[in-house]
Design a protein around this ligand. Structure first.
Ligand code: ATP
Ligand code: MG
Length: 505
């Protein structure tokens, strides 16, 4: 801009100067016509002015242009440095944001893990309590159940006592179920894990639950999609569904809709990070959605705690969701809850999808037909009632039974016995010497001895089995049929290989 203005002024000045010189000299020459030499002089003078002015102009413009280039370069470099600084600032900001988000996620994760730890500790407390009574409880139930199986044979066919025995049996079975429910919390309980197809299990649960759900609740299921297998104790799975559905029902006293659905979904590392013991991969998601009263954030916070309930006394024990939590965690899964007050709630249970190809056959629970035998069995059990019941059962099936109430007696009996003992049937938890230790000792003397252990719960099942090299492990309470069936199987089996097996439900 400045160059152009200077150029314009200089040009005007040049033109004016030239015109003035030429005009003045021409005027002179015209006034004094003969003076040709003066005319020539003035023309040369004019030309000189033109050339000098042009040269000055050229130098001025060049200098100006040079200044301008310098200015432009300075501005450009200032601009470049601002851009660079801006980029750096943005990068730093971005990094800061990233770190902040990461920190937030980590803190959320650690909070969730902390909450889970607290929950686990509470569960452990209940577990210890349950575990403490389960041993005796299961022993007594085994006696009751055993007696109810034997008793009908002693009664005349038309005896009214038969139906009473049936009632006792049903009650004992319900008690066994309750013990199992409590034992879920004591991780010492050996879950009777099976490979289960989820959809039929939901259908079965629905059939049972329809009676519990009032007519003003519309109960539907959505079980499309591929067949989804999970590894779970079938009783646990039924308990889980029942607890969630009953909660949903209770949340809708004036009716509403209830949906149970299943789907298979991938769980990524990010989602896993907030749940201890959860490994990424395909999961089966069982959702229970209701349109009930919903849960406030405070209720959600405590809902999974054992004995937390908002229901009136006598209506809820507060163990429903705690049981769900425990079952799901034992299966390496997790539960999420989404709820809006007055709108409704969705519980989602994530269970690892079981790979059917590598699973092999599931452990059966069915009590098979009892079979007879004539072998010699050494029975070691400190509970007198249970010992008598088992003795009686085995004797009726043709076996010879040597009875001992502790390991010391058992060792003595085996030493004194003239004939070979074929099988040791021993309780795991006994004073002084445990069943597994007794088995190990007897096997040193007679390696071919078959061993079946009985227990209500075992603290470290793997170690127990490895230590005793037992052929089978019976979970109390068990029925007479299951007892004889499993003993027959062990006696008929080729050389012993330790395995985990389950009793009857
Ligand atoms: N679907 C739901 N809608 C609204 N609130 C729920 C729902 N499920 C659970 N809750 C709340 O969580 C609490 C705890 O539930 P949980 O199943 O553990 O115990 P409970 O139902 O009160 O008693 P229990 O199941 O032992 O009979 C309930 O008292 C209720 O306040
Ligand atoms: Mg409940």
């Amino acid at each position: 801009m400045a160059v152009r203005a200077a150029l314009r002024i200089a040009l005007v000045y040049l033109v004016l100067a030239t015109v003035w010189i030429l005009a003045s000299d021409t005027l002179m020459a015209w006034l004094i016509p003969d003076d040709a030499q003066r005319l020539q002089m003035s023309m040369a003078k004019g030309l000189f002015y033109v050339v000098v002015t042009a040269a000055v102009l050229f130098v001025m413009v060049r200098a100006q242009m040079h200044n301008l280039d310098g200015e432009r370069a300075r501005v450009q470099s200032a601009h470049d440095s601002i851009v660079a600084q801006d980029l750096e600032l943005r990068a730093a900001l971005y990094e800061k944001q990233r770190l902040y988000t990461e920190l937030e996620a980590k803190s959320a994760r650690s909070q969730s893990l902390e909450a889970q730890l607290r929950q686990s500790q509470k569960m452990e407390g209940i577990g210890r309590l349950a575990g403490g009574v389960a041993h005796d409880f299961n022993n007594m139930l085994t006696v009751i159940l055993g007696a109810t199986e034997l008793l009908p044979d002693e009664l005349p066919p038309q005896s009214p006592g038969r139906s009473l025995v049936e009632e006792i049996q049903k009650a004992a079975e319900r008690c066994a179920g309750l013990t199992r429910q409590l034992l879920i919390f004591s991780r010492k309980q050996v879950a009777r894990v099976e490979l289960l197809e989820l959809q039929p299990q939901v259908v079965e649960a629905r059939r049972m639950l329809e009676r519990l759900i009032g007519e003003d609740i519309q109960f539907s299921t959505s079980l499309e999609g591929p067949t989804a297998h999970v590894r779970l104790d079938p009783i646990h799975l039924q308990q889980l569904i029942v607890n969630l559905v009953v909660n949903a029902r209770d949340a809708m006293p004036h009716g509403g809709s209830l949906l149970v659905s299943t789907e298979v979904r991938a769980v990524d590392a990010e989602l896993c990070a907030g749940h201890a013991g959860v490994v990424q991969g395909p999961f089966v998601v069982l959702s229970v959605t209701d349109t009930g009263c919903g849960m406030s954030p405070e209720v959600i916070e405590h809902a999974f705690e054992p004995f937390f309930t908002t229901k009136p006394e006598g209506k809820g024990t507060g163990l429903g969701l705690a049981t769900v939590w425990e079952i799901v965690h034992q299966a390496s899964g997790f539960v999420t809850v989404e709820s809006v007050v007055d709108r409704g709630t969705t519980f989602r249970v994530f269970l690892p999808l079981a790979d059917v190809r590598t699973t092999g056959s599931a452990i059966g629970r069915d009590a098979a037909q009892a079979r007879r035998g004539t072998e010699r069995i050494l029975l070691v059990e400190d509970e007198e009632g249970l010992r008598t019941m088992i003795h009686h059962t085995l004797k009726r099936r043709g076996y010879t039974v040597l009875e001992a109430k502790n390991a010391g007696e058992a060792l003595l009996l085996s030493e004194q016995s003239q004939e070979r003992i074929d099988l040791l049937l021993a309780d795991v938890v006994m004073p002084l010497l445990r069943g597994s230790q007794l088995a190990a000792r007897l096997k040193e003397i007679q390696p071919s001895l078959k061993v079946v252990l009985m227990t209500g719960y075992v603290e470290d099942l793997e170690a127990e089995l490895a230590h005793s090299r037992a052929d089978d492990l019976l979970l109390k309470p068990f029925s007479a049929d299951v007892l004889t069936e499993r003993i027959r199987n062990v006696l008929d089996a080729p050389p012993p290989t330790p395995r985990i097996a389950a009793g009857a439900g």
